[in-house]
Write a protein that binds this ligand. Structure first.
Ligand SMILES: NC(=O)c1ccc[n+]([C@@H]2O[C@H](COP(=O)([O-])OP(=O)(O)OC[C@H]3O[C@@H](n4cnc5c(N)ncnc54)[C@H](OP(=O)(O)O)[C@@H]3O)[C@@H](O)[C@H]2O)c1
Length: 351
């Protein structure tokens, strides 16, 4: 890291430190003038301006969990959602949220990016369109050329590997997405890495397994007696589905911020790829042990629906070795078993 010492009427004698190496040198003067951190020295304002600022495009399941963790650690966090109802709910929880439709990005939202130091992209591709923000390439490019970003992460999916015949798949395994959504996902990965590279921003792609956590898990599906979603139905017969608890995604995100790893792409999954049938049976057992009063018929019928014959065609076991070795992530929930157990333990009375 280079250390720049500034003097003159705008700056105190305190040396400013920032990582010039990540940015194009021609942009350094702009950084000095525009940075909030500099404002803080100019005006004597503290703290608020010098803290890390995360912007989350898409305050969905991961975005909200991550926001809460960062707020607990003293970050300034803002993010987006698409509906007024959700914005109100999130504001009630103390979150700073902006309404944002990525299909029609507003200048004001893009301007909000300019004051952040870190950017998490958590908006999925749209069928028939692709990544909705990358569609507005020029606007995005001009915004990113004028920001003070130290870190950008795009949340992707292990679906980009496609059908692997049961192979063990690390980040070097050739990508070969088979369905339309996975193809759009791969294009989005490449698009975000390119946009960030062109702007001199350090960027990562996290390929996530099936995300679960409090409020979204096999336990919740059983308790709420929800019908299976389309993606759940598609995965019913799979022998191996990689998963990851949302708390472990957050650990990996934080590790990539603090460790500044060389690799751009990481698989973020747990140690225990397993079939839906197995996971659902385990969740059912946990629920019945804790809440004996639950009607067993419905839940057992549901368990039966996971009894279809499995085949290895199109399957993969996704490796998390690089996440562990390079990001030094020690999984809080290495298996769905400990993850589901913790979810049940935290539930008071869900009925
Ligand atoms: N769920 C999984 O198992 C899984 C697995 C691998 C990868 N992923 C991907 O990982 C990322 C994070 O997952 P997640 O489960 O946290 O996602 P999520 O809960 O579905 O959240 C997605 C966020 O994107 C926002 N969004 C969607 N379309 C948008 C648009 N056109 N314009 C603006 N915002 C839009 C949503 O807005 P609202 O808040 O208003 O709905 C939401 O905040 C997503 O890209 C997801 O597809 C998910």
């Amino acid at each position: 890291m280079e250390i720049c010492q500034l003097s003159g009427r705008f700056f105190s004698a305190v040396p400013l430190q920032f990582n010039v190496g990540l940015r194009k040198s021609s942009r350094a003067p702009k950084f000095l003038v525009c940075s909030n951190r500099v404002n803080c020295y100019q005006t004597g304002k503290t703290d608020q301006d010098s803290r890390n600022r995360m912007f989350i495009l898409g305050m969905g399941f991961v975005g909200q969990f991550f926001t809460q963790e960062l707020l607990n650690e003293g970050w300034v966090v803002s993010g987006t959602c698409t509906s007024m109802k959700k914005r109100n709910e999130l504001e009630q929880r103390g979150f700073n949220v902006i309404l944002f439709d990525a299909n029609q990005p507003e200048m004001s939202t893009m301007n909000s990016l300019k004051s952040c130091t870190h950017l998490l992209v958590s908006i999925p591709p749209v069928m028939g369109i692709g990544d909705p923000i990358l569609q507005h390439g020029e606007l995005l490019r001009s915004t990113l050329m004028d920001v003070n970003l130290q870190w950008l992460c795009y949340l992707s999916s292990t679906s980009v590997y496609g059908d692997c015949g049961g192979a063990c798949v690390d980040e070097g395994y050739p990508v070969s997405p088979t369905n339309e959504m996975a193809k759009l996902r791969l294009a989005a990965e490449q698009g975000w890495l390119k946009v960030a590279h062109d702007a001199g921003i350090k960027a990562h792609v996290f390929r996530l397994g099936g995300i679960y956590g409090p409020g979204r898990s096999a336990v919740d599906t059983i308790i709420k007696r929800e019908p299976l979603s389309e993606s759940q139905k598609r995965r019913v017969s799979k022998q191996f589905t990689s998963r990851v608890h949302v708390a472990d995604i957050c650990q990996a995100l934080k590790a990539s911020i603090h460790k500044k790893p060389a690799r751009r792409i990481y698989n973020i999954v747990d140690d225990d790829p397993a079939s839906r049938k197995e996971v659902f049976a385990y969740a059912l057992d946990l629920v019945e042990k804790k809440w004996h009063s639950l009607t067993k018929e419905t839940t057992h019928e549901r368990a039966e629906s996971f009894g279809q014959k499995a085949s290895l065609r199109g399957e993969k076991r996704v490796s998390n070795a690089h996440m562990k070795n390079e990001l030094a992530v020690q999984l809080l929930y290495p298996s769905y078993k400990s993850g589901l157990q913790s979810i049940v333990d935290q539930m008071e009375n869900p009925f």
